[in-house]
Each structure stands twice: as structure tokens, then as C-alpha cells.
Design a protein around this ligand. Structure first.
Ligand SMILES: Nc1nc2c(ncn2[C@@H]2O[C@H](COP(=O)(O)OP(=O)(O)O)[C@@H](O)[C@H]2O)c(=O)[nH]1
Ligand SMILES: [Mg+2]
Length: 390
């Protein structure tokens, strides 16, 4: 896809290791991005201009060691530096997208970062990953605490990437490419939707403009987005489009899934198809799709676009759904954290074990005149024990 102008000029702030990796992916697609981290080591790994790597380690420390409180202290102690750097490096951006992996000590403070950046008076959304099933209990406890911090922040939409899905879909990738391939896929899909309506390859038949994108993207609550290739029959046979849409929403790509769509507040759909197919498709197919979305979501906030794509390109459906409540996947992580957390708490609080010394306890080997094997004195001098009277 050729790079179009963006509907919404997103400025990216990556927090922690995962956040930095995502910031790099956005930079590749032409977005302004910075990485904020408590860890020198993580920042060093990022292919970003040094001015876009903002170190905020607390009193010179390297990282936060999965300790969210230390991460928070680091952010708050460097809040002026963060606001200044983000304001300068992301100047002109209309909406901030804060990116992080929930679970570590730094990125889990994404809501704290949002509160700090509220000073810039730019709308804020978040893109955050949820831990995998086999990650540490600390990661899961941090992740659910991080989610609760959103309640006291002005974050508009929250995009939740499911790292368990990434593990399943990218497990055969090399160690070095594992996260970068997945991050790239998640970021590119969003970018495609953000540039679709300005892409010269696509002729608008029914527009989906920048303001439409912004309305859905910025709706308060969880946001999902996705796309799927269609067959010609999906456009020629009634009701097939709605099935395609449901399957995108149900799978949600790499995003956390398991939603009640009835709670959604905003829906966006964009259909792209070549001219010969659009010429053959019945006129009401698009209207009937919108009617079905209304039934599925119980919402009146529907933004729809129809574009004519290049002749050699398969028809494709893009969709965003906003204002959703938390997905079932998050409840699963919460269940795991609750189950594993107390056991870890008991272990952490366990005192150092006392050995049973039996008859050794209280045994005095020195004051009762017993002298064990005597070490030779150093440099020919008798040792103190050798000088003791017998
Ligand atoms: N999707 C994704 N997840 C990541 C990436 N890097 C780390 N993670 C996950 O993000 C969570 C937090 O890890 P990390 O970012 O290292 O913590 P922090 O540096 O302390 O904020 C963990 O669940 C990691 O497995 C990444 O590049 N992409
Ligand atoms: Mg890390």
C-alpha cells in the first residue's frame, strides 16, 4: 500500500521496553515518536534518534525491576523532562498514542504517563499489551493494576494487544523477529485504516474522512480494529458482508477479544472493492450491512466508507469498533493474577528458615578451654590461640 497522508496525525510515546519497540514501528511508517524508559539498556537497543530516547531512571538506576511503584516514582520525578521532550519532538501532532507492555515496572505506568502528558492538552489514547498465560505472577498483577489506573486518567480509547495471541501466531518466528513481526502487524493495520481515505489508489464512492476516523478512534473505552480479505461472493450474496464483519470482530486479529458488542458506542467500516465487482453488487448491500451493524451493536454512531480499489486487488473490509467494555481476555488475566498472587505473597513474606541445630545449639567451643586445631601463625608469628596459657 502506498503511504497516504494520515487522517489523524498521531504522535507516539512508547513507555518501557515494549513501548519503545512499538515507537520504532510507528517511526518506520512516518509517525513522530519518542521512547521514554527507566532503562538505559532498553533505550540503547532502539533505532531512534538520540533526542527521541528519553531516559528517566530514578537516581540513575537502569530499569524498574518489575516494580510499578519505582516506575511511577521515576516518571513523576522526571515529569518536566517528559513534557518538554514530548512537546518538542511531537510538535504539531493532534492526538497522542501512548504505547506500552503491561506487566513490567515501567510500561505498567502508562496511565501515570497519560496524567503527566495531560499538561500538553492533546487528546490521549493508549495501546497496551496484556501478558501471556505463562508470564510471571508479578506481570499479571502489574497488568491488572495498570488497567485500574486508567479509571483516574483522561485516556480516551484503549487498544489492548493480546500477547498470548502473538505467542500462538508467531511462535515459529526467530527469537529476534518474534515481537518485531507482531508489533509491525498490529501497527500496520492501524496505519492502513488511518491512511486509507487519503490513499490515491482508492477512489471514494462514499467517503470516510479524517473526522470520521477520529470520532471512532477517540471514543472512550476499549477500541478494536481489523481487516479481512473478502471473496466476490461476499459482495454479491446478501448478508455475507455482515458475517465477514462479525468474524473480524470475534477474532480481533492480535487484539484481546471476547466482547459484548451491544455496549459499543462507535463503529467504523470501510469497504474497498474493484470497479467490476462494485458494478455487479446489488445497491442495497451496503445499506443492509449498516442495518446489521446497528442490530449487532445497538449503536447509532456508525461511520461507513466505500472505496473503489485497484482492479487487481481483492475486495477488503476494514473495521473499527469503539467504546467497548473490557474484553473477556482481560478477565482471564485478572483471574490468573488473583489465583497466583496470594501464593506469591506467601512465598515473599516467608521468613528465612531456621535450621534445627540439635545438640550443637549453645555449644561453646572456646571459653571452656577447648582448643581445636590451631592454624599456623602468619609470617612465623604465633597465632593468638598459640599464646593462650594451657
Ligand atoms: N507485544 C509486545 N509485547 C512486548 C514487547 N516487549 C515486551 N513485551 C511484553 O510487555 C510486557 C512488559 O515488558 P517490558 O516492556 O519489558 O516491561 P517494562 O520495560 O518494565 O515496561 C511483558 O508482558 C512482555 O512480554 C514487544 O515488543 N511487543
Ligand atoms: Mg523488559
Amino acid at each position: 500500500m502506498s503511504e497516504g497522508q494520515k487522517c489523524l496525525d498521531l504522535g507516539i510515546v512508547g513507555l518501557g521496553e515494549c513501548g519503545g519497540n512499538l515507537a520504532v514501528e510507528f517511526t518506520r511508517l512516518g509517525y513522530k515518536a519518542v521512547a521514554v524508559n527507566t532503562s538505559h539498556t532498553d533505550l540503547r537497543a532502539l533505532s531512534l534518534d538520540p533526542r527521541k530516547r528519553i531516559y528517566i531512571g530514578y537516581e540513575g538506576r537502569d530499569g524498574a525491576g518489575q516494580d510499578m511503584a519505582l516506575g511511577q516514582r521515576s516518571l513523576e520525578a522526571s515529569s518536566d523532562i517528559i513534557v518538554e521532550a514530548v512537546g518538542t519532538q511531537l510538535e504539531g501532532c493532534k492526538h497522542l498514542l501512548l504505547c506500552a507492555g503491561l506487566g513490567g515496572g515501567t510500561g505498567s505506568n502508562i496511565a501515570v504517563l497519560a496524567n503527566i502528558l495531560a499538561r500538553l492538552d492533546i487528546p490521549i489514547s493508549a495501546l497496551a499489551s496484556l501478558p501471556k498465560d505463562h508470564e510471571s505472577s508479578i506481570a499479571k498483577i502489574n497488568a491488572v493494576n495498570a488497567i485500574n489506573l486508567f479509571r483516574n486518567s483522561d485516556v480516551a480509547s484503549i487498544i489492548l494487544v493480546d500477547n498470548e495471541k502473538i505467542l500462538r501466531q508467531y511462535r515459529s518466528e526467530s527469537l529476534t523477529a518474534f515481537y518485531s513481526s507482531a508489533n509491525q502487524a498490529a501497527v500496520e493495520r492501524l496505519h492502513e485504516m488511518n491512511t486509507l481515505s487519503t490513499n490515491e489508489l482508492y477512489m471514494p464512492i462514499r467517503g470516510f474522512d479524517g473526522e470520521d476516523f477520529r470520532r471512532v478512534f477517540a471514543s472512550r473505552g476499549v477500541l478494536i480494529y481489523g481487516a479481512a480479505d473478502l471473496t466476490d461472493d461476499d459482495l454479491l450474496i446478501r448478508d455475507r458482508l455482515a458475517n465477514g464483519l462479525r468474524s473480524i470482530w470475534d477474532s480481533s486479529g492480535l487484539l484481546a477479544s471476547g466482547f459484548d458488542y451491544k455496549d459499543a458506542t462507535m463503529a467504523g467500516i470501510i469497504l474497498v472493492a474493484p470497479q467490476d465487482l462494485l458494478d455487479r453488487a446489488p445497491a442495497d448491500i451496503f445499506e443492509s450491512l449498516i442495518r446489521q451493524i446497528r442490530e449487532l451493536t445497538d449503536t447509532s454512531g456508525i461511520y461507513a466508507g466505500l472505496f473503489q480499489g485497484p482492479p487487481d486487488q481483492m475486495p477488503r473490509l476494514y473495521t473499527m469498533l469503539g467504546g467497548l467494555p473490557f474484553p473477556n481476555r482481560l478477565r482471564t488475566v485478572l483471574g490468573q493474577a488473583k489465583e497466583e498472587g496470594p501464593a506469591l505473597g506467601v512465598k515473599v513474606a516467608r521468613p528465612i528458615e531456621e535450621l534445627d541445630l540439635g545438640e550443637l545449639s549453645g555449644l561453646d567451643l572456646f571459653s571452656a578451654g577447648y582448643i581445636g586445631p590451631v592454624p599456623a601463625g602468619v609470617g612465623g608469628q604465633p597465632s593468638p590461640t598459640e599464646r593462650r596459657p594451657r
